[in-house]
Design a protein around this ligand. Structure first.
Ligand code: ADP
Ligand code: MG
Length: 721
């Protein structure tokens, strides 16, 4: 620890500063992406057109174009220094996986030929047998295929010693079942588009431009010096501290939030942003977050599938560049107890190239009516599927955050803001119906144009908030892939939009004059049935917990409570109906996530045991023995020594030993049989026993002599820059 402190104090940046004056940031943008403009330049016109219609309108890929695209891609990549290509895929672990192959193949005359065929572009076969599949694929049928996702552009990953052409792919079993996070994102986007088109058609918009869900994820993270990181086995192996007292100065002063960014951190940010720019990731904002050592980065929103891929790349890049600046980037939801955790706010909307953002209130009564229908569809969806939304953010890490007093509560509710709530209140009261005249729906027209897009009354306690022209799902964990939450949002909203379209189609029977009346009826019905989910107050308060229970809202506190919501009959039927996930695929996901939860807790429990035994206990008894010998010596020379401290240390050492034994016992317990029972056992017995150990350790940290304490403290990790 002392060596780490010294090293941190003497740190200086050793990479040369970036000269943005020589190369302006915009010259970096997308230089490593095989994007539309590169394609246009390098592909025959017909091939380019065919590819673009697949990318933009979701049309089936013409297999004949693959060879030509592959060859152009290969030439482009080799010109830029690539030696290998890799199919990139997104297994259920939430990580990013890649399998590399060289472009070079040996020929019979002993030389080599660089080749990359359409077949190699379209399909790969990684040996994915060790990825979790929740029982879909037994090892003897380990074949899994990666399939080129045309809608997410290929890019180059640079490394000082070589460059790789990366091709985003979906990962499926040989029976065609999804083994990954991407496949259902693509399927759910299709489902949403199909249903949204029906509403647009009712409003007279028939151009058919693809309605894509859009996502803008805000990533929170902590930075700590790598010397500290390596001196903390818990940070290194579990991503969070399993021990540590709250620092004397924490975040009470709110002096870090939006404060000046420390120089080393800024250097890191500029470098990371440049790398992200090269990959075509439109990063936009950066700032200090609430906790000391905590920061946020957010890109401009993109189509959901692309945003999900970019978000994975963003996490990898932050991690990689932090190392270059001697830091570790912690993306765990709760690296430090007693200090704010990290989330990933997923801003979500839907829109098309011709209609723009469908959750934008708009200026005309016509636009407003359409907006209200889509908005009501979201409200209905969130109310009906609150359990599912909770389940898709349920992870061991996020459990430390949700429901604690600084993150959205585990109860899912919607913040609408005063103005929009007022409009829905009017509709509910039936007041708005009187203002339907001359064929125009004037629901709330008086108030809507005043709608402040960046309303100041932003409610940070809400897990699902309307923020002017989009919804912000704030319960997502900082370490999570955003794919799962996007699949859930796309699918529940597709289902709800389907419900609305069906009602409106039935009521109007093709007669546009009947639309306004039908909308009024639909909105009234939705708001009557689903307004229980709307809550604009303080989500942290005890009153809200009581009121939410009265309203019949779910309060699923932990991962084992929440994950079974993936398998309710309604959820199964919905995913099946919109062809997003089959029953088997969903079941495999539940199995995998339960397993991930157990594995995570097990690693933490074993670390707790080994650190408590091998680092903390020795430090405590050394101090104990120092105190004891001082006490004995003083007695010898006739002084009375107050043994309070010795007594406390002795008592804590005893509790520490006992609590370690109890944790060991809980870890060894093999009585749970089903995966869900195993997860419950981790939650109820293992995690609580870990907390008991932590409690002793943290008390010891407050007493044991500083020079004997083996672990870098919160104070050191959070404040030394
Ligand atoms: P704040 O911290 O105030 O919520 P940020 O600027 O950090 O706001 O992040 C807002 C995010 O919302 C950005 O990623 C932005 O691109 C995204 N966003 C804006 N409009 C949409 C939209 N229509 N669909 C999805 N995301 C959007
Ligand atoms: Mg934000």
């Amino acid at each position: 620890r002392q060596a780490a402190i010294a090293a941190v104090t003497n740190y200086s940046v050793n990479s040369p500063p970036i000269q943005f004056a020589d190369t302006p940031a915009q010259d970096y943008y997308s230089v490593n992406v095989f994007n539309k403009s590169v394609m246009k330049e390098r592909l025959p016109k017909a091939v380019f057109k065919s590819l673009i219609s697949t990318i933009e309108s979701g049309e089936k890929l013409d297999p004949n174009v693959a060879d030509i695209v592959a060859s152009a891609m290969k030439d482009w990549a080799i010109e830029k220094g690539a030696t290998h290509y890799a199919h990139i895929f997104y297994p259920l672990t939430g990580a990013t996986a890649e399998k590399h192959d060289s472009f070079l193949s040996p020929t019979s005359d002993g030389s080599t030929l660089s080749e990359f065929s359409g077949k190699q572009l379209i399909q790969g076969e990684p040996d994915g047998s060790s990825f979790p599949t929740g029982g879909i694929r037994v090892t003897s049928q380990a074949r899994g295929y990666t399939i080129w996702d045309v809608t997410s552009p290929a890019y180059l990953m640079e490394n000082p010693n070589g460059t790789t052409l990366c091709i985003p792919t979906a990962f499926v079993s040989w029976t065609g079942e999804a083994l990954d996070k991407k496949t259902p994102v693509l399927r759910s986007m299709q489902a949403l588009n199909k249903q949204a088109q029906r509403i647009l058609k009712l409003f007279g918009h028939q151009d058919g431009a693809f309605v894509a869900s859009t996502a803008g994820p805000e990533q929170e993270y902590f930075l700590v010096d790598r010397h500290f990181y390596f001196a903390r086995p818990d940070l290194l192996n579990a991503g969070r501290t399993l021990f540590g007292c709250k620092p004397p100065k924490g975040q009470e002063f709110d002096d870090h939030y939006f404060g000046a960014i420390p120089e080393r951190v800024l250097a890191f940010m500029l470098d990371a942003e440049r790398e992200l720019f090269k990959l075509g990731i439109p990063v936009k904002t950066r700032h200090n977050e609430v906790a000391p050592g905590q920061f946020e980065i957010a890109p401009v929103f993109e189509s959901a599938n692309l945003a999900a891929d970019h978000q994975q790349l963003m996490m990898i890049t932050l991690d990689r560049i932090a190392k270059k600046y001697g830091m570790a980037c912690l993306m765990h939801e709760k690296p430090f107890a007693g200090v704010n955790g990290s989330g990933k706010h997923v801003n979500w909307s839907m829109g098309s190239s011709s209609q723009g953002n469908l959750l934008d209130p708009g200026d005309t009564p016509h636009d407003n009516a359409q907006f209200l229908v889509f908005c009501a569809a979201v409200i209905r969806a969130v109310h009906l599927h609150q359990g599912l939304l909770r389940a898709v953010v349920a992870t061991a890490g996020n459990d430390h955050r949700l429901g604690a007093n600084e993150a959205p509560p585990a109860i899912i509710s919607i913040f609408l803001g005063d103005q929009l709530s007022d409009i829905f209140d009017q509709i509910k009261a039936g007041g708005a119906s009187s203002s339907i005249d001359s064929g125009t729906l004037t629901v709330g027209v008086d108030t809507l144009p005043l709608f402040a897009k960046d309303a100041g009354d932003r409610n940070r306690t809400s897990p699902f908030a309307f923020t002017g022209n989009r919804f912000e799902f704030r319960a997502v964990g900082s370490n999570q892939s955003i794919a799962g939450p996007l699949v859930a949002m796309n699918t529940i909203i597709a289902e709800s939009v389907d419900f609305c379209a069906t009602k409106l189609e039935l009521a109007t029977q093709g007669d546009p004059d009947k639309l306004n009346g039908a909308i009024q009826e639909l909105l009234t019905e939705i708001i009557n049935d689903h307004s229980a989910i709307i809550f604009n107050g303080d989500g942290y308060s005890d009153e809200w917990h009581a009121e939410a229970a009265e309203r019949g809202l779910l309060n699923l506190k932990s991962t084992p409570d929440a994950l079974p919501a993936l398998q309710t009959p309604e959820t199964l039927a919905m995913f099946e109906k919109y062809e997003v996930l089959s029953e088997r695929e969903l079941e495999s996901r539940l199995e995998t996530y339960l397993e991930q939860y157990c594995l995570t807790v097990d690693v933490e429990a074993n670390l707790t045991i080994s650190m408590a035994k091998k680092l903390i206990f020795p430090a405590a008894i050394r101090y104990q023995s120092e105190l004891a010998s001082t006490c004995a010596n003083l007695k010898l020379v006739g002084y009375d020594f107050d043994t309070d401290t010795l007594d406390t240390v002795t008592m804590l050492v005893k509790s520490l030993q006992d609590s370690i034994s109890r944790l060991e016992y809980a870890v060894a317990d093999e009585s749970p049989t089903t995966s869900l029972d195993e997860a419950r056992h981790r939650c109820d017995a293992v995690l609580t026993s870990m907390l008991a150990v932590r409690n002793c350790v943290d008390q010891l940290e407050g007493i044991v002599a500083d020079d004997l304490w083996p672990l870098p403290t919160y104070q050191e990790m959070l404040f030394i820059k």
